[in-house]
Design a protein around this ligand. Structure first.
Ligand SMILES: Cc1cc2nc3c(=O)[nH]c(=O)nc-3n(C[C@H](O)[C@H](O)[C@H](O)COP(=O)(O)OP(=O)(O)OC[C@H]3O[C@@H](n4cnc5c(N)ncnc54)[C@H](O)[C@@H]3O)c2cc1C
Length: 302
């Protein structure tokens, strides 16, 4: 984490809200479902699919978690009405995991009940390490109950992840580096170790017959993933690349042009401001990326 990144994060509380909104508008569809629908329609027209995240992590009441589940149901109904190619990604804590495991499970089941009739998929995002066991348990229970179109996320930066990948044979698994900063005893600090763990975890899920969501903007990892896919002679229907809205679009365009599937993660919701600040504080490296990208766009007139 550089001094530059830390300085940006320290300055965040004094950055005016409209400026944060301008900076985040590249990465967040907007505050309303209609914003997400427009963004997904544009992505679909570019040959990309989407997974939509309703923002709302810091909930304190069961009613707030239930309202988020209801919003997911409304989003899924709207995608079907509009003929959009979009799934959803849910955050267990937004659906009540920290309040009550069973409440969270009921809310996820409600989202799945809206997704299944139209063959849409529900991805369960992975949050900080205090939630890893419960999140994997939630996925296992849902799968045992017969829900096939649901899958978890593994974070390559966690030391446990290759072992977790081995236990997920046959599932649909997203592999990412992991955004949360965790204690050194459980997380790789060195970028090369994280990359090695990503490649090993991805190879493990592919060899375990999983459908892999390869979630990264790291070109080196994209090349390694392409190599793993080539070595196993996988068809484009057996894996997909995934990227965040607004991040490295030129890399995504190249993958689509080469015939690979690409799914874009599209966050939206009234809590865009809290989400933006929280993400930047959780991982100051991201603040550095956003600042560097914004400066680059200002200089080049993009
Ligand atoms: C589809 C998707 C879903 C994800 N789901 C989860 C999840 O469930 N749990 C979780 O912990 N993490 C999740 N993440 C985040 C992930 O763990 C990483 O923090 C993030 O993707 C950055 O890692 P990277 O592999 O892109 O490599 P990096 O080396 O971090 O980034 C490579 C390059 O991409 C650009 N970049 C990367 N991230 C950003 C950004 N946010 N803003 C601007 N530029 C950026 C920079 O130019 C950087 O140099 C997800 C990521 C994606 C793409």
């Amino acid at each position: 984490m550089s001094l530059f990144d830390r300085a940006i994060v320290r300055a965040l509380p004094v950055v005016p809200r409209p400026l944060v909104q301008r900076l985040s508008s590249r990465y967040i569809a907007g505050s309303q479902l209609s914003d997400a629908r427009s963004v997904v329609a544009r992505l679909n027209a570019e040959g990309k699919t989407a997974t939509v995240d309703v923002l709302g992590e810091e909930i304190t009441q069961p009613s707030e978690a239930e309202a988020i589940a209801d919003e997911y149901v409304a989003a899924l109904e709207a995608f079907e009405r509009d003929g959009l190619d979009a799934n959803v990604s849910v955050k267990p804590t937004a659906l009540g995991l920290k309040l009550d495991y069973e409440l969270c499970k009921r809310n996820v089941e409600q989202v799945i009940a809206a997704a299944e009739p139209t063959n849409r998929f529900v991805r369960i995002d992975m949050e900080d390490s205090s939630t890893t066991d419960d999140t994997l348990r939630l996925f296992r229970e849902l799968r045992e109950e017969g829900h096939a179109r649901v899958g978890p996320v593994l974070q390559a930066s966690l030391k446990r992840t290759v072992a977790d990948a081995e236990a997920l044979a046959g599932a649909s698994v997203r592999i990412c580096k992991g955004i949360y900063v965790e204690p050194e005893s459980i997380q790789f600090r060195d970028d090369d170790d994280v990359r090695t763990s990503f490649v090993r975890s991805l190879a493990t899920v592919l060899d375990g017959g999983c459908y892999a969501g390869i979630a990264t903007h790291d070109e080196w990892l994209v090349e390694q993933a392409l190599e793993l896919v080539r070595e196993r002679s996988l068809a484009p229907e057996q894996y997909e690349f995934q990227m965040l809205l607004g991040v490295r679009p030129e890399l995504g365009d190249r993958l689509v042009a080469e015939g690979h599937r690409l799914r874009i993660y599209v966050p939206y919701g009234r809590q865009w401001y809290e989400y933006s600040l929280r993400r930047l504080k959780e991982n100051p490296k991201i603040a550095g990326y956003v600042a560097a990208d914004t400066l680059g766009r200002l200089v080049s007139g993009r």
